[in-house]
Unconditional design. Structure first.
Length: 661
């Protein structure tokens, strides 16, 4: 046998009587054994070794893609599912997995195309495919809207290369969270979980030193942190009782939920899997004891986990796939009975639960429910939602928006200040499928200001009219902020600008032929998604009267009422922004009473308006008071003519007329 010019490893293989293909076959069998035992992290490097020695077939490529998907390595999952869908004979479900990977990586248009192909090849899923295609459009819209929060990773809580997730309130200033960073016991290295290739999940606590800053996390006592998974805990408000999740190995008689958040593991030698159970623990002094199972654990048939106790301690929310569930996993709740035991589980209902996964419930200090779902329309993976209502009477579910949610998995939220700030977990920045804990501060609700610019002037009939004023330049600025935006209305005199509820904004506008305008608006916290804003520009014409709206006086009086003062304040602003303008304040009455009476009354009212403007800083030499009595009626309501009160009111008006500009 001639070995000249053959690489050394090939020569050795030939001498020993086996080929690289045989070596590849051996590696492939080893990788398959890891895969079939749900040891995906252990399977992947062996698969890599195997495919270097022989070209992988479709089942192997599928398994590699699946392993990356189930270890949440989305970049690699996208790459390998791309290979799968290009291979002849591939099952159509791979189109769905490919679309999901693309979507998780923020490639929404490509994902939309794959969802469409999936729906075409599997018509029984056409409706779901259509929903997911619409979800990709929603995601793009959410990411273009103003951010709903500031989100920052907390390096003090998260360890590189480990998963840290599901923070919850613990005591007065602490949190309890889940991590697979590993806890050495008796000098021994922590056991490794084959699914992830990292240690088993354990519970850790950390104290908040200052707002958003936490001290070094410490593992909970061994009595709670047993040898396998212990995770997703919730402590009662008084801190004396803890509810948490454990896994238990049982015969795999039913279906297996292939989901890392359910911590499924199959034993290599026996047909066993891990299911979830809820346990409680009591705190006595500084120690935990009295570990008790939840009354409704039933691992022989289903999982029960992710407990979340309500602030008053009377409702326990949790997640299960028990019979009667609407989807893969549903949110349930139990009510505490008078004797301290828990009532039978109640499904939270179809407003909350979908055909997908609902998990990681949380109830804030105000009793509001939050949870994660991949069944409600979201941005990709698990998204965080809030629910309005209570227990079995939920009304609406709301996606919390970007960047609370991202194309990746986002879940395990908690608030340190209800509705304002808190913590959440996400794998948004991960390349290896691990989760980290992030802090967030909720920004004020985004709204859209629908701005319309109007020109106001007097027509030939002495009527004040308002017409659209297109192509008007406005400088918009947030009060108490240095930021400003230039807005130019379009041909329809409209423009749409992003803003936030609860903020105050100032608009300074200019247009040739019109007086400079400055106006302010306070947007209430309860504002709708779109707020209409009309900006009024008065025409800069000498001897043309402009009616001031809502300038009313009590009968037979001339005092400036509070509602009239608000309108006059607008005129104060206009005069300050146009310092060269001089005006006449003209007051008019209706036709009732005598000419002499009305003349005197109108003069007093005009003078009161001038005095008010002077009190607000307008120079008196720029102002003239003029009373017209009932000499300039704007309608037919003259002496002796019966008219409704609203017609008389039109004659009782106050105007300003530019005398010099």
């Amino acid at each position: 046998m001639r070995l000249k010019n053959i690489p050394l490893y090939l020569a050795v293989a030939a001498v020993l009587g086996f080929s690289p293909a045989v070596q590849g076959q051996s590696s492939l069998k080893k990788a398959d054994r890891h895969f079939e035992n749900y040891e995906f992290a252990l399977a992947l490097p062996v698969y890599k070794e195997a495919i270097q020695k022989r070209k992988p077939d479709l089942p192997t490529v599928e398994r590699i893609a699946t392993a990356y998907r189930l270890t949440r390595q989305n970049q690699e999952a996208e790459l390998w599912y791309g290979k799968v869908v290009a291979m002849p004979g591939r099952p159509p479900m791979n189109l769905f997995y490919y679309a999901e990977a693309l979507r998780s990586n923020g490639k929404y248009q490509e994902a939309k195309e794959q969802y469409m192909l999936w729906g075409e090849e599997m018509p029984e899923h056409a409706d779901r495919a259509q929903q997911l295609m619409e979800a990709t459009d929603l995601s793009l819209r959410l990411m273009k809207q103003p951010a709903v929060a500031e989100v920052t990773q907390l390096p003090g809580l998260s360890v590189p290369g480990a998963s840290d997730f599901s923070p919850a309130v613990y005591g007065n200033n602490g949190i309890i969270f889940t991590s697979d960073r590993g806890v050495s016991k008796d000098g021994k290295d922590p056991k490794v979980y084959g699914w992830t290739g990292r240690p088993y999940l354990q519970l850790f606590i950390a104290q908040e030193i200052s707002e958003g800053t936490y001290g070094r996390p410490q593992p909970l006592q061994d009595v709670i942190n047993s040898d396998f998974h212990n995770a997703t805990a919730s402590a009662a408000k008084e801190g004396g009782k803890l509810y948490f999740t454990r896994t238990k190995m049982v015969p795999a008689l039913g279906n297996v939920n292939a989901d890392p958040t359910s911590w499924v593991e199959k034993n290599e030698n026996q047909n066993l899997i891990n299911r979830l159970e809820i346990y409680s623990a009591d705190r006595q002094g500084g120690n935990w004891s009295n570990i008790q199972p939840f009354e409704y654990n039933k691992v022989e048939e289903y999982s029960v986990g992710h407990p979340a106790i309500s602030p008053d301690g009377q409702v326990l929310y949790f997640v299960s796939d028990m019979p009667g569930s609407l989807g893969d996993t549903d949110i349930y709740y139990s009510l505490r009975k008078a004797d301290g035991s828990w009532g039978a589980p109640v499904n939270a209902g179809p407003v909350i639960n979908t055909s997908g996964r609902e998990s990681f419930p949380y109830v804030d200090a105000d009793g509001k429910l939050y949870f994660a779902s991949d069944g409600h329309v979201g941005m990709g993976g698990l998204d965080i939602f809030s629910a309005e209502g209570e227990r079995g009477n939920w009304r609406t579910v709301k996606n919390l928006g970007y960047p609370i949610n991202t194309p990746q998995n986002d879940y395990g939220i908690m608030f340190t200040e209800p509705g304002k700030r808190g913590l959440l977990s996400s794998n948004r920045d991960s390349q290896n499928g691990t989760e980290d804990i992030y802090s967030f501060n909720i920004l004020k609700k985004p709204v859209v200001l629908a701005i319309t610019t109007l020109g106001r002037y007097q027509n030939k009939l002495r009527q004040t009219v308002q017409d659209p004023l297109p192509n008007t330049r406005i400088l918009m600025s947030q009060q108490n902020s240095k930021d400003s935006t230039v807005v130019i209305t379009d041909e329809k005199a409209q423009s749409f600008v992003d803003a936030r509820a609860g903020n105050a904004y100032t608009f300074a506008g200019s247009k040739i032929g019109f007086l400079k305008m400055v106006s302010s608006i306070n947007i209430p916290d309860t504002a709708p998604d779109t707020v209409q804003v009309a900006l009024l520009f008065d025409k800069n014409e000498v001897e043309k009267a402009i009616v001031l709206e809502n300038i009313y006086y009590d009968l037979d009086k001339w005092d400036i009422r509070p509602d009239a003062a608000k309108e006059l304040d607008k005129l104060v602003t206009l005069l300050k922004n146009n310092p060269a303008v001089e005006i006449e304040m003209g007051s008019h009455t209706d036709s009732r009473e005598s000419h002499k009476y009305n003349q005197l009354l109108s003069e007093r009212r005009a003078q009161a308006a001038v005095d008010y403007l002077v009190s607000k800083g307008i120079e008196r030499n720029r102002l003239t008071a003029k009373g017209y009595g009932k000499t300039r009626l704007v309608n037919k309501c003259a002496d002796g003519v019966e008219c409704p009160e609203e017609e008389h009111q039109k004659n009782r008006r106050t105007e300003f007329t530019i005398k010099k500009n």
